[in-house]
Design a protein around this ligand. Structure first.
Ligand SMILES: C[S@@+](CC[C@H](N)C(=O)[O-])C[C@H]1O[C@@H](n2cnc3c(N)ncnc32)[C@H](O)[C@@H]1O
Length: 216
């Protein structure tokens, strides 16, 4: 998702109380930022933030960090946050490219990573840019706790198949794999839909999901 440039969005983001700036100086400090010891869950490529805002409202005992590459997209999440009656103290955002994620979180600082409907980068030569490539799993390995996990949803079958292979190549465990989440009575319980999930499931596309961990 890359929206048309929105004039002034960089300035709004620079002044937003919901955005953490100079994120590369924050590794190891996230519990101080939230002022508690609650687990930290991040969503990479959160888009307009529907999913992570719903999780933050439902789980006040978990801290959430939403990561988005483009100002023109992040600003839509900020607009939603401004409409909330009560500010969500357990949610903040970073505008950054996830390639730099290991500079922003320290070893063992993150308890869960959500990847939802990540960009497919269909050309082979761009495979390393996919958020579920083995290169990205190596980055996740550096910041996740021992029990931490990655949860990934998509309707894109080639990307999903690639992701399953990446998990295996990275020698992580595949704890969950479903090719039709919405028709899996157990796994669908508590599922929070993302914007893309609503759109693609309304078109009849099955939603695939995997959960990967490296706990022995
Ligand atoms: C297809 S959209 C999905 C949005 C949302 N997760 C959903 O399911 O509705 C993918 C989002 O990931 C963002 N994104 C892609 N690559 C990224 C990266 N390397 N770092 C941070 N965000 C990224 C894009 O800008 C876009 O907003």
């Amino acid at each position: 998702m890359r929206l048309r440039n929105i004039p002034g969005s960089r300035e709004v983001i620079a002044e937003s109380r919901y955005v953490v700036h100079e994120e590369e100086t924050k590794a190891g400090c996230w519990h101080d930022i939230f002022e508690n010891d609650h687990p930290i869950h991040i969503e990479i490529g959160m888009g307009k933030g529907k999913f992570i805002m719903a999780l933050a409202k439902a789980n006040p005992q978990i801290n959430y960090v939403g990561i988005e590459k483009y100002s023109s997209v992040l600003i839509r999440a900020l607009e939603k946050m401004e409409q909330e009656e009560e500010p969500l103290a357990n949610l903040c955002f970073i505008r950054m490219d996830a390639e730099n994620i290991t500079k922003v979180f320290a070893k063992d600082e993150v308890d869960r990573i959500y990847l939802n409907f990540s960009d497919p980068w269909p050309k082979d030569r761009h495979a390393k840019r996919r958020l579920t490539s083995k290169e990205f799993f190596a980055r996740y390995d550096q910041i996740l706790t021992g029990e931490g996990r990655v949860e990934f949803k998509t309707d894109n079958r080639p990307l999903f198949d690639f992701s399953v292979e990446s998990v295996k190549e990275a020698e992580w465990n595949l704890d969950v794999v479903t090719y039709d989440l919405h028709h899996d009575e157990v796994l669908v319980r508590g599922n929070v839909m993302t914007e893309y999930e609503e759109r693609f499931s309304a078109m009849g596309n099955p939603i695939h999901k995997l959960i990967a961990s490296r706990e022995k």
